[in-house]
Write a protein that binds this ligand. Structure first.
Ligand SMILES: O=C(O)CCC(=O)C(=O)O
Length: 283
């Protein structure tokens, strides 16, 4: 599936963009299903409790029970800027959701079908994931006007293993541009150290600081603009970021995070599976 040139590019840059990977039909099915999940989501109680916001800036949110309990189920999270000063939604619910996470790929037939794609299994193999284990899925909306920033991070922070094997599969479901908050990265940045580790101990999360290497800046970071249907694969040590979306159009994306079963998955990672809900690959 991957050419030698693509493999070499991935090794060199830490990422690979494959245009036209998913068809318009596959995208439409996923978008439709995400819409249905949001439609069925009744936030009344959560809003009364002031919960269910997703932000990458506020550590306290990471220990939020709504977040921690989404590890092996399907939950919706609001954009941080979705609310007015009185805590009411400023726009319809469907335009207020930041993301759906984190186990749709195993629990929802439409997401499962999108994930268990022989072409994707072949790409994963080509990138060296010989025994893939898909731990997490996220449907990210990046809503018009209020789509939240995703601060600079490395995915190995959240999916640590020895040695590091986590690989991210990021699907553009709409054109991702600088205007609507596309990904940014630093080519070759995966050769740097792991900076942080997100550790779970029951209901407590801590972010362990490992290395003070600065995040990429305007001089070294480049935008990864991608047409709808593109697959962007990136190495678990590759720093990446996405800006707030201040434009009038959304930037929907779907992501999967997979490690290789031949590496030792950390028991302190926030997502763990149990015998009756085992982690699976792309087949
Ligand atoms: O889509 C985004 O804005 C960020 C996604 C991301 O950081 C990830 O999937 O690891």
């Amino acid at each position: 599936m991957l050419t030698q040139e693509q493999q070499a590019q991935y090794q060199r840059d830490g990422y690979l963009v494959i245009p036209d990977f998913k068809s318009a039909d596959e995208i439409a099915r996923l978008r439709q299903r995400a819409e249905e999940i949001v439609e069925a989501f009744d936030p009344t109680q959560l809003l009364a409790d002031g919960r269910a916001i997703f932000t990458t800036r506020d550590q306290a949110r990471a220990s939020d029970a709504w977040f921690l309990g989404s590890d092996n189920t399907v939950r919706c999270f609001f954009e941080e800027e979705a609310f007015d000063a009185d805590g009411r939604l400023k726009q319809p619910k469907a335009l207020s959701i930041n993301k759906i996470g984190h186990a749709m790929h195993d629990l929802d037939p439409v997401f499962d079908a999108f994930t268990r794609d022989p072409k994707l299994a072949a790409v994963a193999r080509g990138l060296g994931l010989l025994e893939p284990q898909v731990w997490q899925s996220m449907y990210i909306f990046k809503q018009p006007g209020i789509g939240g920033e995703v601060r600079w991070h490395q995915d190995a922070t959240f999916f640590d293993s020895t040695p590091i094997s986590v690989t991210t599969f990021w699907f553009a479901l709409e054109d991702a541009t600088v205007d609507n908050g596309c990904l940014w990265t630093e080519p070759g940045g995966h050769r740097g150290p792991l900076r942080e580790r997100f550790l779970r101990d029951g209901d407590t999360i801590t972010m362990e600081q490992l290395d003070a290497t600065p995040w990429p800046d305007d001089a070294s970071a480049i935008p990864l603009e991608a047409r709808a249907g593109s697959l962007v694969c990136f190495h678990g040590l590759l720093p990446h970021y996405s800006a707030p979306n201040r434009s009038a159009v959304s930037r929907h994306a779907f992501t999967l995070h997979a490690t290789d079963a031949r590496t030792a998955y950390s028991p302190r990672n926030w997502i763990q599976r149990v015998a009756n809900f085992p982690v699976r690959g792309f087949d």
